[in-house]
Design a protein around this ligand. Sequence first.
Ligand code: FAD
Length: 454
Amino acid sequence: MNVVVIGAGPAGIRAAGTLAASGLRPVLLDEAPRPGGQGYRSPAPGIGLDSRAVMGSQFGKFERLHTDFAYLRDRIDHRPGSLVWAIDGRELHILADGRALILPFDALVIASGATDRIMPLPGWTLPGVFSLGGAQIALKDQGCLIGRRVAFCGSSPLLALAAVQYASLGAEIVAVCDTTSLARKIAAAPGLMAAPATLARGLGYLARLRRAGIPLLFGCLPHRIEGEDRVEALVVTDDAGRERRFPCDAVALGHGLKPETQLAELAGAAFAFDDVFRLWLPRIDPDGRAGPGLYLAGDGAAIGGADAAEISGELAALALLSDMAKPVAQDRMARLRRRLGRLRRFQRALAGAFAWPYRQAASLPDATMLCRCEGVTVGEVRASLDADLIPPELNRVKAITRCGMGRCQGRMCGPALQEVVAAHAARPVAQVGRLRGQAPVKPVALSATCESAP
Ligand SMILES: Cc1cc2nc3c(=O)[nH]c(=O)nc-3n(C[C@H](O)[C@H](O)[C@H](O)COP(=O)(O)OP(=O)(O)OC[C@H]3O[C@@H](n4cnc5c(N)ncnc54)[C@H](O)[C@@H]3O)c2cc1C
């Protein structure tokens, strides 16, 4: 029985560990060179970065996952540096060391994690603007700051966390500009009590920023990022209607996360629109089943954070074992389901406390870059709707404008594209369709030669 897990983040590692504990030897694939995924990313060797300083209060969980993985490594077939770029029936197409390989599987756990969700604004393609997650990757992987004077802007629980991490490594934080109002955050408080420790950690980050005298704005409206050749300032309107200009040399921009779902789609998962997250999410049962022999776990199934990722990884593996008629502790599964349910409720409240600012799409100037891979502006998308499309549908907009057709395959522009189209066509966003996932999900060199995986 070939069992494959894609993604060596917290979800994939717990899934692989659970499968190994029952006597299987799963293949664990990850395009990254080291295990840990996004949240628990370990630094590149040899750069002398102290993970304890970077991870702060998350260090204990980081260390536990990496220690557990070190014990697991010999009992699984771990293949780092292996990008899964397509799934065709029961075969995975992998790029590893410049070689294209085909790996057959009988059962598949996809734990592919998440990507930043970005609402563009004028100037967001200037050098010096990073996605919030990208800013964290630079720090955790390479020990690099994206700038000396950094503004954090958007709507995400990672905003305050990343600002604290940057401040602790010597960056000057010029402002943290959160687009969600304090009133919305307070309204979400009862739901946030589902995970009081995580809530306390988030409030602690805000308190540290406040104590350090860093301007913390809530309910602001970002206008533009200024600069000639690179970032010079972030300009926003605060909740009192005053324009505020924060000179800086870098901006970290992020409006939460969206699940990486292309592989799930290629593997046959069905999707449904979720009104709370305003995203199309794969349909799974409470244990992560998405179809025969197909299991989804972690942020790639539903944004839940690292704790939920670990639980859902274990749960998906137990579901797989149970479907193979292997003995599985039902009481353990029931406990995991309860804990996961609580964390998922917390995440839904978090989606209210850090809301996706979809209304901004209607007021974006026409000249704003929407698809940076293909150089498509908001105005070009609007013009395509005026000229050609009745009814408006994302895949037709993509075919006509090339928006979402480039290197990132719509991972960056997709959420904003759906809002621009819905706003311009005056349609509910769920009615403008969903960008279809296509292989290759990430670029593959034509020179890669194809062979069967050993
Ligand atoms: C950039 C970024 C930074 C984050 N930082 C934090 C943080 O500091 N603290 C925090 O609590 N949460 C953070 N998060 C949230 C994070 O998503 C979760 O907390 C947690 O890491 C989710 O675990 P996971 O196992 O579901 O996915 P991940 O940890 O994201 O792991 C998914 C893995 O799948 C691999 N993968 C994806 N697609 C493919 C493919 N096609 N082929 C092969 N491998 C693939 C990726 O390389 C990755 O290692 C961050 C998220 C992002 C996107």
